[in-house]
Design a protein around this ligand. Structure first.
Ligand SMILES: NC(=O)c1ccc[n+]([C@@H]2O[C@H](COP(=O)([O-])OP(=O)(O)OC[C@H]3O[C@@H](n4cnc5c(N)ncnc54)[C@H](OP(=O)(O)O)[C@@H]3O)[C@@H](O)[C@H]2O)c1
Length: 354
């Protein structure tokens, strides 16, 4: 590599060397180190690609351009390793036609995709909760896929209305033999940044009491009350052959307090931080006693109505199609073990700091 430069190039290099106050040897070294840097960056690109390949499930067409960014803070849980494959618990749960799954926010976005993916991945029955069950993306999907209709019960649920949560619990009790194998708390609220909602608030001067209340009702209190109402059905009876049950709380990385280096998005961050705290606290209560495993997940920036107003600066390889996101997250759920219960994880299975 240090053969030096020939002819006019050599003259040019000497001129540059003089301008930079470097000997020719020094310039060659500089050039070498640039080549080294290129080789290095190629190697690091290859390492990154390998890393991404290890982080994604094989049956996905989409490949993210980057692994998840590094974070500030120290996670207290261990990563979930995809390489372990589907656990025995998950295999049993997915194969059982009597298994029951509840999904909130099922009308569109990630929640709707959870329902579609559970229909394919499991043999179980799905209670799909929507504010308006009669008109939404899931209803359209079921209308054009009638063979799935007998496995899905579309139920009205508004997380701001406790009566609808209590009614849902009655439906599980009466129509589903009081059995629940998986609760997916997916519904969430961010706001459009000032066009029609005060949130997400950039500065404290934008704080609005009613918006903070709504955000907490949908992002935190709703999932908490769902867990309370459905806890008896999630509990795996002693000496039963039912597999462990699961609760998946859809959180967001911006809910991490130690990783918050940007500020802004007050209500959303605070409501998801509180959801993370609830996830850990609830897991401590129900993991061993009820055989219910609980996790909080960050999906990565996913192409849905929620992220739409903020997609302008997101590069295409970093904006996940909803199918990719949900496939990743369900693979995590199917791989998790008891010691992951209570943790907060990103789409690649990395434990995030609280
Ligand atoms: N997309 C992302 O990039 C991203 C990133 C990080 C975290 N997340 C989290 O992932 C979850 C799903 O997000 P998404 O992108 O799928 O959002 P989305 O497309 O905006 O869908 C939000 C869902 O929440 C429902 N919902 C809103 N208010 C409700 C209420 N009061 N009661 C019951 N349901 C209500 C909506 O129902 P309607 O159709 O009736 O409005 C809709 O089904 C959220 O918890 C979000 O915080 C998403």
């Amino acid at each position: 590599m240090s053969a030096g430069f020939q002819g006019p190039m050599r003259l040019y290099s000497q001129t540059i060397a003089r301008q930079k106050g470097l000997s020719r040897f020094g310039l060659d070294k500089m050039r070498e180190s640039r080549v080294d840097r290129n080789v290095h960056s190629l190697a690091s690109k290859r390492r990154k690609t390998n890393l991404i390949e290890r982080m994604i499930s094989s049956n996905s067409d989409f490949i993210p351009s980057e692994p998840p960014p590094s974070f500030a803070g120290t996670p207290v849980f261990k990563d979930i390793e995809f390489s372990r494959g589907t656990s025995k618990e998950a295999q049993q749960r997915n194969a059982d036609p009597k298994a029951v799954f509840v999904v909130t926010g099922a009308s569109r976005g990630i929640g709707c995709q959870y329902v579609k993916a559970l229909l394919e991945r499991t043999n179980g029955r799905i209670v799909a909760c929507c504010r308006l069950p009669s008109t939404n993306d899931l209803k359209d999907y079921l209308d054009s896929n009638p063979h799935y209709q007998d496995r899905v019960t579309l139920t009205q649920l508004d997380l701001r209305n406790q009566d609808t949560i209590d009614k849902l619990a009655n439906v599980i009790e009466t129509d589903f033999e009081g059995r629940l194998d998986g609760l997916f708390n997916v519904a969430g609220l961010l706001g459009d940044g000032g066009s029609t909602t005060p949130g997400p608030e950039r500065t404290a001067s934008n704080l609005d009491r009613s918006w903070i209340t709504t955000s907490f009702e949908v992002n935190t209190i709703g999932p908490m009350m769902m867990c309370q109402a459905l806890m008896p059905y999630l509990k795996v009876p002693v000496r039963s052959d039912r597999p462990k049950s699961i609760v998946v709380n859809m959180s967001a990385r911006v809910g991490s307090i130690s990783d918050n280096g940007l500020g802004g998005w007050y209500s959303y961050r605070a409501s998801k931080a509180a959801l993370n705290q609830f996830t850990r606290t609830f897991a401590l209560e129900v993991t061993k006693r009820n055989q219910t495993w609980v996790i909080a997940l960050h999906p990565g920036t996913t192409n849905t109505g929620l992220s739409k107003p903020f997609q302008k600066n997101v590069k295409p390889g970093k904006l996940f199609p909803v199918e990719f996101t949900v496939n990743q997250l369900l693979n995590l759920v199917d791989t998790m073990e008891e010691h992951h219960s209570g943790g907060f994880y990103d789409w690649a299975g990395k434990a995030l700091p609280f």
